[in-house]
Write a protein that binds this ligand. Structure first.
Ligand code: CUA
Length: 337
């Protein structure tokens, strides 16, 4: 539809101007890729149309208030000449026209999914757990790479995400890249995303999934394609061996404290699958399903007080470590880049 296409070009320009000064990391009204841009233009189209209608209705109400003359007694019986026309035009014709236009615009937007015809990059599996997301990649030589809480993608390519759940229904939502798609136990749902620019796109679970639903966050990190391949190759490597005496003590404490029952550190005896893989935990931006920045202080607090920081999470409070052991474990994990 040519009229819609003209609007489609104009609205992003207008929205960019309006939002230049007040953009937020999870603002879906400014898309970072074609999927979200389609949804954003539909959002702006609806917002502007309904705002215009609201203003017109208020102007009419004000006009009527000031036009009121005389009393009901003077006008009895009440003269309703012309009222029918207002009802037919304002109450039926205009709403039908607006809703029909929005319906067609919605169909047009849906028709542009699911980003068909673009160059497809590799598939990535993202699994929802209570309460974190785990991205899983398969490298060219069959190596499986896990990236908890961070989904890394190359820019300029369509990436197909296979969405799964291990426990309850979650919903994967990166507002700047696409709409919400549920993660359903026993099913695989799919979502295709494409990021135009390198950067970090923030998102979170959008389906209530238990007490820590609000702390189930995810970041999509978009790299230039070569940088993405370098990231994947680095992640496919086994964990670094400890290089300092403190890191060695930390590894010993980690291995003897029961951590390997839940966590994997590839290249060591730790092969647990309950919690996030820690092979490259030192390179991650955030901890605890995206709640905290990854730094030594937060990591130490998370190890000893997970149940205070995120009650209900499956990570227990590891209170048995002495202060020296805890510092060593943190140093060891931070060295796993
Ligand atoms: Cu997972 Cu809400």
């Amino acid at each position: 539809m040519p009229g819609l296409n003209a609007l489609r070009r104009g609205i992003p320009l207008l929205s960019a101007a309006l939002l230049a000064a007040c953009d937020a990391p999870q603002n879906f009204m400014t898309g970072g890729g074609p999927g979200a841009a389609e949804l954003a233009w539909l959002g702006w189209f609806g917002l502007i149309t309904f705002s215009v209608v609201t203003v017109l209705v208020w102007l009419l109400l004000i006009a009527i208030t000031f036009r009121r003359r005389g009393s009901f007694d003077e006008h009895a019986p009440v003269d309703d000449d012309g009222a029918q026309r207002w009802v037919l035009i304002g109450g039926i014709a205009i709403p039908v026209a607006i809703l029909a236009t929005l319906f067609v615009a919605t169909l047009e937007t849906m028709g542009d999914f699911p980003l068909a015809g673009s160059e497809m990059s590799r598939d990535v599996t993202v699994v929802g757990r209570q309460w974190w997301f785990n991205a899983r990649y398969e490298t060219g030589d069959g190596q499986i790479v896990h990236s908890p809480t961070e989904v890394h993608i190359p820019t300029g390519q369509v990436v197909q995400l296979a969405l799964e759940s291990r426990d309850v229904i979650h919903s994967f939502w990166i507002p700047k890249l696409h709409g919400k798609v549920d993660m359903i136990p026993g099913e695989t749902t799919r979502l295709r995303i494409k990021a135009d620019e390198p950067g970090v796109y923030y998102g979170q679970c959008a389906e209530f999934c238990g007490v820590q639903h609000a702390h189930m966050r995810v970041q999509v990190v978009a790299h230039e394609p070569e940088a993405f391949e370098a990231w994947l190759a680095k992640q496919a490597e086994r964990a670094r061996s400890p290089t300092t005496a403190q890191q060695k003590r930390g590894q010993e404490a980690f291995m003897s404290a029961g951590c390997p029952a839940c966590h994997t550190v590839r290249g060591t005896a730790a092969k647990g699958r309950v919690g996030p893989e820690l092979t490259h935990v030192g390179s991650r931006r955030r901890l605890a399903g995206g709640m905290f920045e990854n730094n030594p202080a937060n990591l130490g607090a998370w190890i000893t007080h997970a149940q205070s920081l995120k009650p209900g999470a499956r990570m227990p409070d590891m209170k048995a470590f002495t202060g020296e052991e805890l510092r060593a474990v943190v140093a060891y994990l931070q060295s796993l880049e």
